[in-house]
Design a protein around this ligand. Structure first.
Ligand SMILES: C[S@@+](CC[C@H](N)C(=O)[O-])C[C@H]1O[C@@H](n2cnc3c(N)ncnc32)[C@H](O)[C@@H]1O
Length: 332
């Protein structure tokens, strides 16, 4: 079957329109279009270099990067059936690029890279260090985790063991899980003498993805740990979590003009709100639900920044202090 995404046509063997899908060669998952859109958009605004799509599947992410940006791309997958599909897909899109078949660790350590994409099924635990080690100075890692239940659901203790932080269930779980995953990747970098700086973070569907730039140096690496903290949420001590910016404002500004899928565009429009505050307010007043758009409008009328958050249907992010927020909601 041939599917179309971004500017490429891709031959797939199995196509999943929703959810995580099932592991198989030639697998295409529509839910991940957002994640791929953001990889393309991010690399488009950065100085071009050499990118490795280390777990490429059909090759769709790397092929999109090669077609839609100025970057040079290398594809890799351990499964020879995917290698064959990647070659066909490169030809289908008139792209001439290097395709490797090999284990992740061989591919990432075969040279130094400006960008490495790590897109496993499940957790990237055990993979992240090798990517960071094989980046050029100031190189970037884009990494996905799809074991969100370990940080948001029933398996909080498993998440603690894998990611080294205690998470939380309930309405704040999606923001907390994203911040724990960001912490995890920054911490791995610091242990290797690299300072990680978050460029973009995404929490959507069944996955979390962060894009992190790494700079070499022990002093900067020490410094990168300053935003990793324990936090109190509703009386519970959780973390450590990354409490810094989830988005680079300059990158957001540049990406904003791009033509992305309608869904990616909608998600992107909320990114600018996410760093207005840690966590978010809910649109209720003593159990009475107040229309979100009315609250946001009123906050803006009073000179505050305010908007929706991708972390919760009911959430509002604003730079207004909580007392001011409560006062405004009580008047509506
Ligand atoms: C989630 S899929 C990647 C999807 C793809 N990036 C996309 O956007 O459609 C994970 C891929 O990693 C490959 N893979 C799993 N373990 C690997 C390893 N150790 N080395 C290289 N590739 C591996 C699998 O064959 C599979 O194609």
């Amino acid at each position: 079957m041939i599917i179309h995404e971004g500017t490429v046509d891709i031959e797939t063997i199995s196509t999943f329109e929703k959810g995580p899908g099932r592991i198989s060669p030639g697998f295409y998952n529509r839910t991940m279009e957002l994640s791929r859109d953001m990889s393309v958009a991010l690399l488009k605004v950065l100085k071009p270099g050499v990118a490795l799509d280390s777990m490429a599947g059909t090759g769709i992410r790397g092929l999109r990067i090669a077609k839609e940006t100025e970057w040079t791309v290398v594809l890799n997958d351990k499964d020879s059936r995917n290698t064959e599909i990647q070659k066909k897909n490169a030809a289908l899109n008139s792209l001439d690029l290097e395709v490797m078949r090999g284990d992740y660790f061989c591919a990432v350590s075969s040279r130094k890279w400006d960008y490495i994409d790590v897109d496993p099924f499940g957790t990237p635990s055990g993979l992240v260090d090798a990517a960071i080690m094989n980046l050029k100075n100031n190189g970037i890692v884009g990494v996905t985790m799809t074991d969100t239940a370990n940080l948001e659901g029933k398996s909080i203790s498993k998440g603690h063991r894998i990611y080294g932080s205690r998470s939380i269930k309930g309405i704040y779980s999606r923001e907390i899980s994203t911040r724990i995953f960001a912490k995890y990747v920054i911490e791995r970098g610091a242990s290797l003498g690299r300072a990680g700086r978050i460029l973009l973070s995404i929490r959507d569907g069944h996955f979390i993805r962060v894009f992190v730039r790494f700079k070499k140096g022990n002093m900067v690496a020490d410094d990168s740990l300053k935003d990793l903290k324990m936090v109190n949420v509703g009386g519970e001590e959780i973390g450590p979590v990354y409490t810094g910016r989830l988005y680079d404002p300059e990158i957001l500004e540049k990406i904003n003009g791009f033509h992305l899928s309608d869904y990616s565009q909608k998600v992107l429009s909320n990114f600018k709100n996410e760093d207005l505050m840690f966590l978010f307010y809910e649109n209720s007043n003593g159990g009475r639900e107040v229309k979100k758009s009315r609250i946001i409008e009123e906050l803006q009328n009073r000179g505050h920044k305010a908007g929706n958050t991708n972390f919760s249907e009911k959430g509002i992010k604003s730079d207004a202090e909580s007392e001011e927020y409560r006062k405004i909601v009580s008047l509506l």
